[in-house]
Write a protein that binds this ligand. Structure first.
Ligand code: SF4
Length: 358
């Protein structure tokens, strides 16, 4: 079992036979005073600071920023993890001061969705709960507001069991203290993970990446459909809605000439109208495709007219639907584009290995 650094800090203080309030002082230093290094925690005795530094390193954060790209309202940060792997995190900031974060849950991804840049990397490993939450801790310690969090970065969150430890840390009132309703999990349809989320975090927003209403085509675009077919995922989503009473988001990437025909819209309509009493709680987001040169098959986005016709078929038949705009596509920070900027990644990994040779 992987213990989080917060649990390990508590244990370390017990092992040193120090009073419990020393742990509270550390947590207060991190989450109230935004202190990012153990050395600067002036309330702690020197011996404890030294032991913390020996155990966790000088910084409270295990994710190290290696590169940053900025475009308008989106910043994309490449984080170096302790073992030399890299992941990307996107910070979106809106005019009224609202900040939202798109975070990663796995290094690479093994699901091989045909349109996705991350999928070309293959699965390297699951991120730990500390690595997942430290993407946010880094921003928090640098004065950012964590208004909303979505697990839409690299990897499939519900395929990583550490996700649930990360959610416990994020929603723990003594740590990040985030409301479940500010968090969104996006999944390609990992049914056991959906069921666990339904039971353990019913107020967290759930978004399902649908992308085709036809089983055969969905299996071609998203091989996961062979293990978790669409009709079984829809049953799990119905159960989620029934249990939580919450709206459920269906993401539909619009691929020119692939999944954007009137027949697709009608099949999607049929799929949702068959949900019975739960239909009104399904909301469809139509998302223009963000081009990437990383995938072996090339896709382009549907044009505005096609998207409008598709939307009208759903909307005209009572389905809640919106067309989404995305920020950050010019720096490959939008949905499905996260890949790790190779040259930055290589430079960061080389410097990591050099440091560790000394
Ligand atoms: S869309 Fe998600 S699950 Fe599919 S390959 Fe990309 S990161 Fe993995």
């Amino acid at each position: 079992m992987n213990y989080s650094k917060y649990e390990r800090m508590k244990q370390l203080i017990a092992d040193m036979k120090l009073p419990d309030y020393r742990y509270e002082q550390i947590i207060k230093a991190i989450f109230l005073q935004h202190i990012s290094t153990f050395e600067r925690m002036s309330t702690l005795p020197i011996k404890l600071k030294e032991t913390l530094i020996d155990t966790f390193g000088p910084s409270v954060c295990c994710t190290v920023p290696a590169a940053c790209q900025t475009s308008g309202q989106a910043d994309k940060i490449l984080f170096l993890l302790p073992d030399g792997n890299c992941v990307e995190t996107v910070n979106l900031h809106y005019k009224k001061g609202w900040e939202s974060f798109c975070i990663s849950s796995q290094c690479g991804c093994g699901f091989n969705c045909q349109f996705c840049a991350t999928g070309t990397l293959g699965q390297k490993r699951n991120m730990t709960a500390d690595e997942i939450t430290d993407q946010l801790l880094y921003f928090y310690l640098n004065g950012h507001k964590l208004n909303s969090i979505s697990f839409m970065g690299m990897g499939e969150p519900l395929a990583n069991p550490n996700l649930f430890d990360a959610l416990n840390i994020l929603t723990d009132s003594s740590l990040f203290g985030l409301s479940q309703r500010r968090i969104t999990i996006s999944t390609i349809g990992i049914i056991p993970g959906i069921r666990r989320l339904t039971n353990e975090f019913p107020q967290i927003n759930l978004a399902f990446s649908l992308h085709s209403p036809f089983e055969k085509q969905r299996s071609e675009l998203m091989p996961v459909n062979r293990s978790f077919p669409l009709h079984e995922v829809m049953d799990a989503l119905d159960n989620h809605i029934q249990h939580t009473g919450r709206r459920l988001f269906l993401a539909y990437i619009m691929l020119n000439g692939v999944n954007d025909s009137p027949d697709h819209a009608k099949a999607l309509l049929n799929l949702l109208q068959n949900r019975g009493p739960w239909t009104h709680l399904y909301h469809v987001d139509l998302i223009p495709y963000n081009a990437t040169d990383k995938t072996s098959r090339t896709f382009t986005s549907s044009d505005k007219g096609t998207m409008k016709r598709f939307r009208d078929i759903l909307h005209g038949n009572g389905i809640s639907v919106a067309t989404r705009t995305q920020f950050g596509s010019d720096i490959s920070a939008a949905c499905g584009q996260l890949h790790g900027v190779e040259k930055d990644c290589i430079a960061a990994v080389e410097s990591f290995h050099k440091k560790n040779e000394v």
